[in-house]
Design a protein around this ligand. Sequence first.
Ligand SMILES: NC(=O)c1ccc[n+]([C@@H]2O[C@H](COP(=O)([O-])OP(=O)(O)OC[C@H]3O[C@@H](n4cnc5c(N)ncnc54)[C@H](OP(=O)(O)O)[C@@H]3O)[C@@H](O)[C@H]2O)c1
Length: 239
Amino acid sequence: MARSSLNINTKHYLIVGGNTGIGAASVECLLGQGHQLTVASRRIDPDIASRVTYCPFDVETVFALGLPDMLDGLVYFPGTINLKPLTRLMAADYERDYRINVIRAVHAIQAALPALKRAPRASIVLFGRVAAKVGLPFHASIAAAKAAVEGLGRSLAAELAPKIRVNVISPSLTDTPLAQAFLNSEEKRRASGDRHPAKRVGDPKEMAALVDYLLGSNSSFVTGQVFRADGGLSSVRLL
Ligand SMILES: NC(=O)c1ccc[n+]([C@@H]2O[C@H](COP(=O)([O-])OP(=O)(O)OC[C@H]3O[C@@H](n4cnc5c(N)ncnc54)[C@H](OP(=O)(O)O)[C@@H]3O)[C@@H](O)[C@H]2O)c1
């Protein structure tokens, strides 16, 4: 559909990894507001596929993305949770964590940049992790990769200003397929929740609401920020 026939507030966003978890919740949230989406991921739920432009894409192997001429925003979701003690950490582990979380995000942004630059204003949202801010055991590899994502976000916010804003959301444990190993019993779920001042884990829908805010014009004065949606884990201590 041509932009001129759409409501002025309707935007076209590229969602890299919108099939499950926070990505899928974000797709539902953004579609609910009438936005157009191009979803690039390895797999796609048929119900989602029927409502978006689907671009089969594996960040591990594919480098070219079929993109529209103009994009109002990009969100990059692919990530890893690879927790190991330092003694068991192999080069392949931290290379994969860095590749999927950082290098492929850079490739996706590079591929989308011409289309993002054609929009009057655009917004990029990346995903960090609470462990980039607070030291947690066994998180060395993923903490290093996600700290790089936070640095990447701030640096690109400076480089691409004022036309393109860049922000990072850094959640703590959130109820998605990626986190199921930590949430697959009531006991684990309670223990995980209890580690947070908020006394629960994150909900993909509340992360999606933050994605929606950061993509949209209500956050037009916000760039180069890291949003710590972590139930207080990185900054609050209960007495
Ligand atoms: N869930 C948490 O506890 C948590 C905590 C902190 C940070 N985060 C971060 O939040 C972001 C989203 O996480 P999530 O929990 O929503 O994860 P998720 O449920 O695994 O979703 C990730 C999305 O990326 C896609 N994806 C994964 N690998 C891909 C690849 N190689 N190529 C293309 N697409 C790929 C997945 O689709 P397919 O697998 O179908 O291709 C899926 O749509 C990640 O960056 C993660 O590190 C999550």
